[in-house]
Design a binder for this molecule. Structure first.
Ligand SMILES: *[C@@H]1O[C@H](CO)[C@@H](O)[C@H](O)[C@H]1NC(C)=O
Ligand SMILES: *[C@@H]1O[C@H](CO)[C@@H](O)[C@H](O)[C@H]1NC(C)=O
Ligand SMILES: *[C@@H]1O[C@H](CO)[C@@H](O)[C@H](O)[C@H]1NC(C)=O
Ligand SMILES: *[C@@H]1O[C@H](CO)[C@@H](O)[C@H](O)[C@H]1NC(C)=O
Ligand SMILES: *[C@@H]1O[C@H](CO)[C@@H](O)[C@H](O)[C@H]1NC(C)=O
Ligand SMILES: *[C@@H]1O[C@H](CO)[C@@H](O)[C@H](O)[C@H]1NC(C)=O
Ligand SMILES: *[C@@H]1O[C@H](CO)[C@@H](O)[C@H](O)[C@H]1NC(C)=O
Length: 487
């Protein structure tokens, strides 16, 4: 299953509205949670890859529903259920609205592609019931010759776009719950796939505008401390795109997520794609001390945000701004869509599938699918039970607890020959893709040593092939010293 957006957050409101917003959000979250509960339980079995056990696992879980099989209706819904269900009276239900069927390649197209590409999943579309909540979605479904049902709600037209949190939105959610209950009462089991109703909001708009044709964005999160100074970290980061091989065009797909007003304004000034990420009652504009409460809060806010991007159906490369991009990573990352996550390492142990590699969350590419969404949900769920741990530590812990295997995630660990850093520098400037100022403390320290890296890069570009084979990077002294004095 490609895209999903069960928890779609509204575009940020101003802080004076934030308490009302917060309460509303709690109500909505609770409502949505309870509404989605049934569907959510089955999200894993509803992945259209590898589904041999799909119906057998459902059979045991849905004993309950068969006890309701007492009333027989004969109406349009009954007819379409009968026509769509498997011999065991099971249907796969997806609820869609207009936004889901729009665009060059709509989310519904992608969803159907996954059935086409999956293992043994093609036949499942015979049992897929598309429940359309507006006329456009219904017509598109009919056009695709799928099983379609138009869900009517008294006097409400759901094809408007920005309606998250509105009365209509809530009405529709309840209407959907009523509908799913009705299906159970009619004696049908169902797999409710992840909520696929898409709401257009500011984030949705900027993602659509920034993404590549393959719905991939490059995301960097910045605060004030990263845009300040004679030559800021963000400047240096952008320099690397300018100087790199075949990297200039990539800034078209770069989304700068600003966590404070200064960073946002600087981003807008540079005419980049910018998104302001709000966090209730926290101003992130200082250089947060590593592991301070605000630092940790910001990291978790970031994790929540990135999970939201996945839920909206976008793949992304996450990059810290202290990562220099010298070559186009899309050419080096595996294009194989069965790889869910490709993550950089501080030290590469020689085996790109080995979970013993020391990961670094400063650079990774992740695909949007139900497995990666579940990963981000599990990751974020640890927020309040992981004091004094960074989100990276928590991810490492989850990995070692076997979460990747449990979710069936395919994770590739990136070789530092290509995706290098100060912990383990790339031996070969002729193939290096990125250089990360890891194993380093403090923005000014990183700026010093990354400036040297930029100079090294220029030097290597200006030298003959013979010289580049002999190329050695400058020492990153400032960073080495900063690590010696760690507290
Ligand atoms: C339906 O149930 C029967 C008996 O439990 C099982 O053998 C069969 O594979 C099921 N068919 C489908 C399509 O799930
Ligand atoms: C389903 O019903 C059968 C027969 O009544 C029973 O043996 C089985 O344990 C039930 N399964 C569940 C999950 O309740
Ligand atoms: C998009 O995907 C296609 C096919 O997988 C690939 O050939 C192309 O290079 C990708 N484009 C980008 C911008 O990643
Ligand atoms: C992707 O990886 C899987 C598993 O290794 C492999 O079976 C498949 O052929 C690969 N696909 C492509 C397009 O390379
Ligand atoms: C929180 O973490 C502790 C220690 O790792 C663990 O024993 C406990 O079960 C966790 N609680 C929750 C709610 O996950
Ligand atoms: C590049 O190399 C040429 C000849 O080796 C030299 O004259 C020139 O100054 C170099 N430029 C830079 C920017 O190092
Ligand atoms: C390149 O280096 C090799 C060995 O270091 C040397 O024999 C050769 O002459 C060099 N070629 C050029 C063009 O400098």
């Amino acid at each position: 299953m490609k895209s999903s957006s069960a928890i779609v957050h509204p575009s940020p409101t101003t802080t004076d509205e934030s308490s009302r917003h917060f309460i509303n959000k709690r109500v909505i979250d609770f409502t949505m949670f309870s509404l989605l509960f049934v569907g959510f339980l089955y999200i894993l079995v509803s992945i259209p890859f590898k589904d041999d056990s799909l119906f057998s696992s459902l059979k045991s879980h849905y004993n309950l529903s068969t006890t309701y099989n007492m009333i027989v209706y004969r109406d349009e819904l009954e007819a379409i259920l009968a026509e769509t269900a498997t011999e065991n009276k099971t249907v796969i239900i997806a609820v869609v609205n207009k936004a889901y069927v729009e665009g060059d390649k709509s989310m519904l197209d992608l969803f159907l592609d996954s059935f086409w590409l999956g293992d043994d999943t093609r036949g499942l579309t015979d049992h897929l019931l598309i429940v359309a909540v507006d006329q456009t979605a219904y017509e598109f479904c009919m056009f695709l010759k799928l099983h379609c049902y138009k869900l009517e709600t008294d006097g409400v037209d759901f094809d408007a776009e920005e309606m998250f949190m509105s009365d209509d939105f809530i009405k529709m959610m309840w209407r959907r719950t009523l509908f799913l209950g009705d299906v159970l009462k009619r004696g049908y089991n169902f797999i409710f796939t992840y909520n696929m109703i898409v709401y257009r909001d500011e984030l949705e708009a900027i993602l659509a505008e920034t993404a590549t044709e393959n719905k991939t964005v490059i995301i960097a999160v910045v605060n004030k401390a990263y845009v300040e100074g004679d030559k800021s970290m963000l400047d240096l980061f952008l320099d690397s795109f300018w100087l790199g091989d075949d990297t200039r065009g990539l800034t078209d797909h770069l989304l700068i997520v600003a966590v404070d007003q200064t960073a946002y304004e600087f981003c807008m000034f540079l005419k980049l794609h910018c998104y302001k990420l709000e966090t209730d009652g926290v101003d992130f504009d200082a250089e947060e001390m590593f592991m301070s409460d605000d630092f940790i809060k910001m990291m978790w806010r970031r994790t929540l945000f990135l999970g939201d991007v996945l839920k909206r159906g976008y793949n992304f490369i996450f990059t810290d701004t202290d990562v220099m991009w010298f070559r186009n990573p899309f050419l080096r990352l595996s294009p194989n869509e069965t790889i869910d996550l490709q993550i950089s390492t501080d030290k590469f142990n020689g085996n790109e599938w080995s979970q013993a590699n020391k990961i670094n969350t400063g650079f990774y590419m992740i695909r949007s699918n139900s497995k990666t969404i579940a990963l981000f949900d599990a990751w974020y769920a640890k927020k309040d039970n992981s004091s004094r741990m960074t989100e990276q530590d928590v991810l490492v812990m989850l990995m070692h607890e076997g979460l990747f295997r449990g979710l069936g995630l395919r994770v590739k660990f990136l070789n530092t020959l290509f995706f290098s850093g100060f912990c383990q520098t790339s031996r070969d400037v002729r193939v290096v893709v990125t250089v990360h100022a890891n194993c380093c403390r403090g923005i000014s320290t990183k700026l010093t040593d990354l400036t040297a890296v930029i100079h090294d890069w220029k030097r290597s570009k200006n030298s003959s092939a013979n010289e580049t084979s002999m190329f050695v990077w400058s020492q990153h002294r400032a960073c080495i010293i900063s690590m010696r004095h760690r507290g």
